[in-house]
Write a protein that binds this ligand. Structure first.
Ligand code: TXA
Ligand code: MG
Length: 378
């Protein structure tokens, strides 16, 4: 059975239209809904059986905790055991919005929500449709991104239907997500915010409110024991294999074209995620499908389009995606995080000199996926 789709006005959703979705949540069902970051797959966070259905629908391992969505600090107080002053300060600045706070978990929540951890991740979404649904349901709503585990996150209802269509009861269609990357996940149980996953609230914004805010782990480092399972190495990944390229702008364009040419020579269909500044180099290069995510000075525009572009290149059937880096300022950090994971760490840094070792990893991944022959990949 495919999901029931409810189309609503993203800026002024009709409460009557959302009533059936709220009822499904109260009855223990699954409702996919838009937030400003990505679409979420929601269930009643207080109902252990409903929460279990999320893990089944996504194929998500039970050790990966969910984010619980609430309307405000009062809602947070019902599911967190305590709200330390740092948490209150960040919530006052950034809620509603793309910031998720990791706090001590209240015993009101079934342990499975947090994968048995003694913490819980809480977020108050800004999207009018998400807020109207939370208000209508009158419940805290557990909601990971509405995709199968490890896949690219959905930024439209169509993405949700394509990935999870038979596995959800209702999909609320409120148009494309406006931000396009997930929330920033911050552990606020210590003296300063520890960023477990960079996202929609930038490190600069956090540091302006809470000096000392820092990343739990440097970007691109091999992952050790997981503080946050969103840090797993292959995640946010399209079906196509991905290679990331970073460095000075002209060098990046040249390296991307070279990698694309080498892959095309192996018989692969190649797609590229490029900036406006790269287009000239690609015009002279091989005939590959490229999607321009905007100017390098506008990582927010790239973030908004990234997941739809990955979905589109998968739909076009490319074997490889060569993607450029957008720097580490602002939303560039979240882009780098997602692309590094999509690329399973295959990242060329043109500033670091010759990149033969990265090409060797690309070629090895290519052989593992497509074999040794020079025939077009399937
Ligand atoms: O923007 C978002 O955050 C979206 C929308 C739907 O709200 N949700 C989302 O959920 O991205 P999900 O499940 O795809 O990612 C949740 C992230 C994971 O990296 C998870 O490991 C981390 O939050 N997380 C959840 N609970 C945690 C906890 N108690 N401690 C540490 N990390 C936690
Ligand atoms: Mg996710």
């Amino acid at each position: 059975m495919s999901a029931i789709v409810i189309v609503v006005d993203p800026s002024a959703p009709d409460p009557a239209a959302l009533a059936p979705a709220a009822a499904v949540l109260r009855d223990g069902g699954l409702v996919a809904f838009p937030t400003e970051t990505v679409y979420g797959l929601g269930a009643n966070a207080l109902d252990a059986a409903a929460v279990a259905r999320i893990f089944v629908a996504k194929g998500r391992p039970a050790h990966d905790p969910l984010i619980v969505h609430v309307l405000d600090l009062a809602g947070a107080a019902e599911v967190a055991a305590e709200l330390p002053p740092l948490a209150r300060r960040l919530a006052e600045h950034f809620w509603p919005g793309p910031l998720t706070l990791v706090l001590p978990r209240s015993s009101a929540l079934p342990p499975a929500v947090s994968a048995g951890l003694d913490s819980v991740a809480l977020r108050s979404p800004a999207h009018p449709v998400a807020r109207a649904l939370l208000a209508a349901a009158g419940l805290p709503v557990a909601a990971p991104s509405a995709n199968r585990f490890g896949h690219v996150s959905p930024t439209t209802a169509r993405h949700v239907l394509a990935d999870l269509g038979e596995r959800v009861d209702v999909v609320v269609d409120g148009g494309p997500a406006t931000l396009g990357v997930e929330s920033t996940v911050v552990d606020v149980r210590g003296a300063v915010p520890l960023v477990l996953r960079p996202g929609g609230v930038t490190l600069e914004q956090l540091a302006a409110v809470a000096p000392g805010s820092h990343l739990a782990q440097r970007q691109g480092e091999p992952t050790g024991p997981q503080a946050s399972p969103g840090l797993l190495s292959r995640h946010y990944a399209p079906r196509a294999l991905v290679c990331l390229v970073q460095g000075a702008p002209e060098m990046v364009a040249r390296a991307m074209v070279e990698i694309a040419e080498r892959l095309a020579a192996r018989g692969r269909r190649v797609g590229a995620l490029v900036a406006a500044e790269d287009l000239a180099a690609f015009d002279a290069g091989p005939d590959i499908q490229r999607i321009c995510l905007g100017g390098l000075d506008d990582p927010a525009s790239a973030a908004r389009q990234l997941y739809a572009a990955l979905h589109d290149l998968d739909a076009a059937g490319v074997d490889w995606i060569v993607a450029r880096d957008w720097g580490d300022a602002g939303l560039g950090l979240a882009l780098r995080d997602r692309l590094t994971r999509a690329a399973e760490g295959r990242a060329v840094d043109t500033r670091a000199g010759p990149w033969d070792h990265v090409w060797a990893e690309v070629a090895a991944a290519d052989r593992r996926r497509f074999g040794d022959g020079h025939t077009p990949g399937g």
